[in-house]
Design a protein around this ligand. Structure first.
Ligand code: ADP
Ligand code: MG
Length: 457
């Protein structure tokens, strides 16, 4: 039942109303009724269940209200229809029959709200094929694959939890990519909980709650929500997500959620959400066991064409045990170091680079480590950074190095100058100020600096 504006006009009738005055039973009337409802209901109920209502066809006997979804309709009937009856009674319209229906999404809406671009939004790096399966993650892996076979039919929601760097995002995106290829007709939405939160804030700010809701109702068949623990303590976001969840779940649209914890362990998450997250299937990803870690390293090395012997893989896998992101990081550092210094990758080199370049705490950051990492990151030599060569390929890393020494070690400008091959302190001051200024707007630069910093910590 599309809200067709033409039907609207043609069924426009007049009914007898208060004091036998003829009431023009049209949109205007509905607007008035709605204003009265606003006065009688709590703001929250009104916004959630009355605001989305559109008055459809009118005639002297019937008031047709159309709803964006069943959830809104049912709640309207439960929580608002009493007040509506009263208002109609007061206006002597009590013999009017109220009809409820759910409007079908208008094609135009889909175009406006469809969030899936023409191009594949999913990174081809994250697939089921590149995901190494071991006993630590096979359950989650199997559940995710099952979901792609029959979205919305088997486990809904599917909830995956586990520590950082254990492959949750990888699995979530693998579902997205797989569906993108196998079920082109489905609108698959991947988003982080942070994005969802920001969208809620924005929607409130510009008073666009309805559009926001429609986006997840008419514009989404599969919702992949990453890192839901981010919702902790954010009540308004949780409330909004509660409606979105209910709607999608009732319409049998697939929901997959990840978190760093089991639903009941997420402090500051509403009980009703915790409960719902357990409705389908909850499974975890654990730190990978030794064999899986080695297999992941070998796969990565193959993919990136890094020559990696068994003994080196063994060495890394036995030292980096709890986080696959760090495992990959260790391999890349080793590779970068080997190619930079021009030596083959060996267990000794692994030992050296993993010790030098991965200080465990902030306090262990040294000027030497900053210098080395900046050089590694940009694929240049430390002597290049200390040199006076003015080419951009070297001068930018040099300035970043100065900036980081100042920021992380709070070294004085003359000390930084001295450390980097005897530069004047005004040169250092200029560099630090320049980088700090550019970081405010230059995202590429920001990425470089953030990456180096994250490796240092
Ligand atoms: P999480 O979201 O759990 O913090 P990610 O999914 O971002 O972790 O994984 C971190 C990195 O480790 C990614 O580059 C991912 O591709 C890789 N990774 C994680 N698990 C596996 C696995 N089982 N096989 C291969 N790569 C993996
Ligand atoms: Mg993640």
């Amino acid at each position: 039942m599309l809200p067709n504006p033409k039907a609207f006009v043609s069924s426009h009738k007049f009914v007898e109303g208060i004091n036998n005055k003829i009431i023009d039973m049209n949109q205007h009337t509905w607007d008035e009724i709605r204003e009265q409802l606003r006065g009688q209901l709590s703001g929250h109920i009104f916004r959630s269940f009355v605001e989305p209502v559109q008055a459809g066809t009118f005639d002297s006997k019937k008031l047709s209200l159309s709803f964006p979804d069943r959830f809104t309709q049912e709640n309207f009937e439960k929580k608002c229809s009493g007040a509506l009856r009263e208002i109609l009674l007061r206006g002597q319209l009590d013999n009017i029959e109220i009809n409820y229906d759910i409007r079908e999404p208008v094609q135009q809406d889909l175009l406006v709200y469809a969030s899936v671009p023409e191009n594949n939004p999913f990174d081809p790096k994250y697939t089921f094929e590149t995901f190494v399966v071991g006993s630590s993650n096979q359950f989650a892996h199997a559940a995710c694959q099952a979901v792609t076979k029959q979205p919305g039919r088997c486990y809904n929601p599917l909830f995956i939890f586990g520590g950082a760097g254990l492959g949750k995002t990888h699995l979530l995106k693998a579902i997205g990519l797989e569906l993108f290829h196998s079920r082109k007709e489905l609108k698959v939405l991947y988003l982080t909980s942070e994005t969802f939160t920001n969208e809620v804030i924005q929607a409130i700010r510009v008073d666009r709650m309805r559009e926001f809701r429609d986006k997840y109702r008419t514009g989404c068949d599969v919702l992949l929500l990453d890192d839901v623990h981010f919702f902790a303590g954010k009540e308004r976001t949780q409330e909004e997500f509660f409606y979105t969840f209910n709607y999608l779940h009732e319409s049998r649209k697939q929901i997959v959620i990840t978190s760093d914890r089991y639903p009941k362990d997420i402090q500051g998450l509403e009980n009703r959400l915790q409960t719902r997250f357990e409705w389908g299937l909850v499974c975890d990803v654990q730190p990978p066991e030794m064999e899986t870690r080695i297999a992941i390293l070998k796969n990565k090395a193959d993919h990136d064409q890094i020559p990696l012997s068994d003994s080196v893989a063994q060495y890394i896998a036995s030292h980096v045990t709890s986080n696959i992101r760090e495992l990959e990081g260790a391999l890349h550092r080793l590779e970068a170091y080997a190619s930079l210094v021009g030596v083959p990758i060996s267990p000794e080199l692994a030992q050296q680079t993993l010790r030098d370049l991965a200080p465990k705490t902030k306090h262990e950051i040294t000027a030497e480590a900053v210098l080395k990492l900046v050089a590694l990151h940009f694929g240049i030599r430390t002597t290049d950074i200390k040199s006076d060569k003015r080419i951009r390929r070297l001068s930018v890393p040099r300035q970043i190095c100065m900036y980081l020494l100042r920021k992380l070690l709070v070294m004085s400008y003359p000390a930084i100058g001295k450390f980097l091959g005897g530069k004047d302190h005004t040169t250092v001051l200029h560099a630090v100020t320049k980088i700090a200024g550019q970081l405010k707007s230059d995202t590429e630069l920001l990425n470089h600096v953030a990456t180096i910093e994250s490796l240092l910590r």
